[in-house]
Design a protein around this ligand. Structure first.
Ligand SMILES: [Zn+2]
Ligand SMILES: [Zn+2]
Ligand SMILES: [Zn+2]
Length: 334
């Protein structure tokens, strides 16, 4: 453990909790003391015309004849300039009776969701939002070929309260060498449920939510959305494909279009209920090379209207001031 090289995953000596020690995320330690702020239009590295301020693109939707890493694109995926993990993370895994650590191997990418300086995904056209979810699909497919990657976490931070540092609408893909704990917990729980009930917990949950109705937010041919029964955050909403499916990147074109439309619509409704609400969304899907009949991919929208504070850190229990049934009614426009 002398002279460790970073980034590094460390396990808490007491409980099974892993932390990513990633010093490159802060250019200087003193930056951590500054109040969070957003990079605005004047200095935005994600705007069309400033392609040389990002790393080279790994994926782009471009006009025919436009030059790679030049203008003329609708969406770009680039490597994060301040990665939390690295493909070439050094050091060796170690474990003893107290301290366990492993190199933080992985790939950290940014999905730049539109060329113009627009802060909100919800303000984009339906077609542009569809391109964003198609980019997640295509990058997950591509990352499956990388043997070092076990899981690719897609997530979005919108607003300072949700951890965003650049205003221009974007999301991230953090591909990791191990399956993250929350995914592991969900998979274990889904497997246990299937063993005792013989069916998928998410399919059963969706059937119950449709029957009850009070938490339903929207439903189209392929995608259903409802507020979470035990939502941690006000207006926490889950979106699921109605077809049982474990891998997000195998979704159909119709599911992709319906998902993009549902996300856009729910974010717009959230914005109508709470002006400029900060939020995260996270995609939970089977690990890239895992097959399991028990899991069902889904997207969780987590509005960040209340801070995560001492109570949550102390107890692991979240306090949500908006009953999910009230939240669903407001999101339905009632
Ligand atoms: Zn911009
Ligand atoms: Zn299912
Ligand atoms: Zn989940």
């Amino acid at each position: 453990m002398n002279n460790p090289s970073f980034p590094q995953l460390r396990k808490d000596p007491i409980v099974d909790r892993w932390v990513l020690i990633a010093p490159e995320r802060a250019k200087r330690p003193t930056e951590l003391e500054e109040l969070p702020h957003l990079t605005h239009h004047e200095t935005c590295p994600f705007c069309e015309g400033r392609e040389d301020e990002t790393t080279p693109e790994v994926l782009a939707v471009r006009a025919p004849g436009s030059r790679r890493d030049g203008p003329g694109w609708q969406l770009r995926v680039v490597a994060n300039r301040y990665p939390a993990v690295r493909a070439d993370a050094g050091g060796v895994a170690m474990t003893d009776s107290l301290f366990a650590a492993a190199p933080g191997v992985g790939v950290h990418e940014v999905v730049i969701e539109c060329p113009q300086h627009e802060p909100s995904l919800a303000a984009l056209s339906s077609e542009q939002v569809r391109l964003v979810f198609a980019a997640y699909r295509d990058r997950l497919k591509a990352l499956r070929a990388d043997e070092r990657i076990a899981y690719a976490q897609v997530f979005k931070n919108h607003g300072v309260a949700a951890g965003a540092s650049v205003e221009h609408t974007h999301s991230q893909i953090l591909a990791l060498g191990r399956v993250p704990p929350i995914l592991q917990h969900e998979m274990t729980a889904a497997t246990t449920y299937q063993q005792s009930h013989g069916c998928c917990v998410f399919c059963d949950l969706l059937a119950r939510e449709r029957a009850v109705g009070s938490r339903m937010v929207s439903e189209s041919e392929n995608i259903a959305a409802f507020t979470a029964f035990a939502g941690r955050f006000p207006y926490e909403t889950w979106l699921l494909p109605k077809r049982h499916a474990g891998h997000f990147d195998r979704l159909s074109e119709a599911e992709l279009s319906d998902l993009a439309a549902a996300v856009r619509s729910i974010l717009r409704r959230l914005g109508a209920v709470v002006e400029d609400a900060a939020y995260n969304y996270v995609l939970h899907t089977l690990p890239l090379r895992t097959e399991s009949p028990a899991f069902h991919w889904h997207l969780e929208i987590l509005p960040r209207l209340t801070g995560v504070a001492g109570f949550e850190f102390a107890t692991g229990c979240f306090a949500n001031p908006v009953p999910p049934e009230d939240a669903a009614a407001r999101l339905r426009g009632e």
